[in-house]
Design a binder for this molecule. Structure first.
Ligand SMILES: [Zn+2]
Ligand SMILES: [Zn+2]
Length: 145
């Protein structure tokens, strides 16, 4: 399959590639994403796990219980600290959440929604035209980002 998206960490030790279109594009405002990013929210592209490959290096993982209670393993570069992607708990292992900022070209990102907005900070600026959900949106179930 053709590579559609590529990205990697700041120091270049870790690279990844995606061979499918994203399933979903969302901004997550949960506290866990705030801690992991050091910022107001995380911009995420959900990719089919089978279409996502680490092509260089070996990310480190830190596993946390997300706001939904699901476990999420956050992959990052141990050398430069860049967050790269998240792998989800076993029942949701078909999805990888790629950090949009780690893409080589993040400019085409178009978020479809804001989620976990009840955790959003008062200084967080959101696009008022996007649908807002207090937690996960209906139909997306408990899929952790
Ligand atoms: Zn790095
Ligand atoms: Zn989150």
């Amino acid at each position: 399959m053709a590579t559609l998206l590529t990205g990697g960490c700041a120091c270049g030790a870790i690279r990844y590639a995606c061979t499918a279109e994203p399933l979903l594009a969302l901004n997550c405002h949960c506290r866990d994403c705030q801690r992991a990013s050091g910022s107001a929210f995380v911009a995420i592209l959900r990719m089919p796990a089978g279409a996502f490959t680490v092509t260089k290096g070996a990310p480190s993982f830190y596993t946390v219980a997300g706001d939904s209670g699901n476990k999420v393993s956050r992959g990052f570069c141990a050398e430069c600290g860049s967050p790269l992607f998240s792998r989800l708990s076993a029942s949701l292992s078909d999805v990888v959440g790629v950090r949009v900022g780690s893409l080589d070209d993040p400019s085409s990102y178009r978020p479809a929604m804001d989620i976990f907005v009840t955790s959003a900070q008062p200084w967080d600026c959101m696009n008022s035209e996007l649908p807002k959900f207090p937690g996960y949106p209906p139909g997306v179930g408990s899929k952790q980002t």
